[in-house]
Design a protein around this ligand. Structure first.
Ligand SMILES: CC(C)(COP(=O)(O)OP(=O)(O)OC[C@H]1O[C@@H](n2cnc3c(N)ncnc32)[C@H](O)[C@@H]1OP(=O)(O)O)[C@@H](O)C(=O)NCCC(=O)NCCS
Length: 195
């Protein structure tokens, strides 16, 4: 098992694995962004306490170590200012498929930070983790999220999945899947180890 780097940089951001005590910063950012998060993120329906955010961070830390989910926090370079949260989730290590999830802190929205970090995380997945497939899944009404994928040439793949899951209010929603894949890997024998 080779080691997975715990941090890397994009032009303006330090992108790193969560560590103990990040919960307080995440909690501040979630509270500030609750109106924008609630329509799309089921976990934001009830705003977490600082302790709950810390529990979530510690769980993410452990998942990072066991490589089941690789959550990554976004900081403005040279500061401890948390811009948002992202990561490589729902990983299939045999097929080397990764889903990228993200949210931005409201005071840093509309400045291109998420597009920048998704591009950096995609390159990280391809170059460091030998990704064969990267997915972004989103509600078909979530135009801002779809625009992130489209800006990076991560294209809408096939048909939208109808009634695929429930939204935060319990109503059925449709899901769009955007993907990027490495053609050169299709004939390759896959290595099923997680690193
Ligand atoms: C989805 C979400 C992360 C998108 O955030 P965002 O701020 O629109 O995305 P970016 O940080 O990439 O910023 C892009 C915008 O900044 C603008 N921008 C400004 N300066 C820029 C720069 N230097 N570089 C690039 N874009 C810049 C772009 O034009 C774009 O605006 P537009 O879409 O109106 O054209 C955000 O809406 C969010 O957190 N939503 C709630 C959670 C969520 O839905 N997550 C996804 C679940 S699938």
């Amino acid at each position: 098992m080779y080691s997975i780097p715990e941090s890397f940089e994009s032009k303006r951001l330090l992108i790193r694995a969560p560590i103990w005590n990040d919960g307080i910063k995440v909690n501040e950012a979630v509270k500030e962004s609750k109106e924008e998060l609630r329509p799309w993120m089921p976990w934001a329906k009830n705003i977490p306490t600082v302790e709950e955010s810390e529990v979530s961070i510690r769980r993410s830390r452990l998942q990072f170590l066991e490589r089941s989910d690789l959550r990554l926090l976004l900081f403005l370079k040279g500061t401890d200012e948390l811009v948002g949260s992202s990561g490589l989730l729902r990983i299939d290590w045999q097929a080397r498929k990764f889903e990228i999830g993200y949210w931005v802190r409201t005071s840093y929205a509309n400045q291109g930070y998420i597009t920048e970090e998704v591009e950096a995380i995609s390159s990280f997945a391809i170059n460091e983790l030998q990704a064969n497939r990267i997915e972004i899944r989103c509600d078909d009404r979530n135009e801002r999220s779809a625009r992130v994928a489209e800006r990076l040439g991560i294209s809408l793949e096939g048909t939208t999945l109808r009634n695929e899951k429930c939204d935060v209010d319990g109503s059925l929603r449709n899901t769009m899947i955007f993907s990027k894949f490495e053609e050169w890997n299709f004939s390759k024998t896959v290595d099923s180890t997680n690193g």
